[in-house]
Ligand binder design. Structure first.
Ligand SMILES: O=C(O)CCC(=O)C(=O)O
Ligand SMILES: [Fe+2]
Length: 219
């Protein structure tokens, strides 16, 4: 139903759902609507489908307002393009859209007691089409390599699959289809005992934006 055409050269037109387009952007409730699934090894995920209403508008605004950057990274002896566009908003930096401030506030209302701290940074990824991806990893650059934490991800645009598998094997790979406006939170030991990925797919030609809220020192 949703097709967000490829971005910059790879993107010609925006086609959201007409129904959603009429709606103002807003957030649904979290209390009582988030479903937790316990994974093994002390990890869990919370899922809240369609948390954002009027997600078409949010997608369009973020596409415009975020200064998306292409990055290159060393891989072994080569320098390669990172297969998605990125922007990181550190603690205290102004976010590109008021709804993201509302989302972070709502996440903090809902999770702060359990998390013991607040979500303060905002990472953003733009997957221009099905050729963009993120390879298997845990967000272990910071404290999450040793401590339990949470990473909350808001997804808008073309649905993509978030895959999860236990680090080092020993269990099945799980798939979560992240739809337009959906929230997923990875919690407990998820970053160090599991890995996640957004695989490339030939089935998708539209774009997706992922917004990741993390506590200080988690990356
Ligand atoms: O696209 C996503 O939702 C996942 C992004 C991710 O895993 C990351 O930026 O660490
Ligand atoms: Fe990640």
């Amino acid at each position: 139903m949703f097709e967000y055409r490829a971005y910059a050269g790879r993107m010609d037109a925006f086609q959201g759902s007409l129904l959603d387009w009429c709606e103002e952007t807003g957030l649904g409730l979290l209390d009582g609507t988030v479903k937790r699934t316990l994974l093994d090894r002390g990890a869990w995920i919370d899922v809240r489908p369609q948390w954002v209403t009027g997600a078409d508008r949010l997608f369009e605004r973020l596409l415009e307002a975020v200064p998306w950057k292409a990055e290159r990274r060393h891989m072994y002896d080569r320098v390669v393009d990172v297969p998605r566009l990125l922007k990181f908003y550190d603690e205290g930096e102004e976010l590109p859209d008021p709804l993201l401030v509302e989302a972070r506030d709502a996440l903090n209302m809902h999770y702060e007691a359990e998390l013991g701290e607040r979500f303060v940074t905002t990472g953003m990824c733009l997957y221009r089409d099905g050729r963009d991806s993120v390879t298997w990893h845990g967000d272990t650059i910071g404290r999450a390599s040793e401590e339990d934490t949470m990473v909350a991800i808001l997804s808008v645009g073309t649905p993509r699959s978030l895959m999860l598998r236990p680090r080092g094997g020993g269990g099945p790979t799980l798939r979560h289809d992240l739809g337009h406006g959906d929230l997923i939170v990875m919690g407990g030991s998820c970053q160090r005992t599991w890995e996640h990925a957004i695989p490339k797919t030939a089935k998708v030609s539209g774009a997706r934006i992922s917004v990741q809220f993390r506590p200080r020192g988690v990356r």
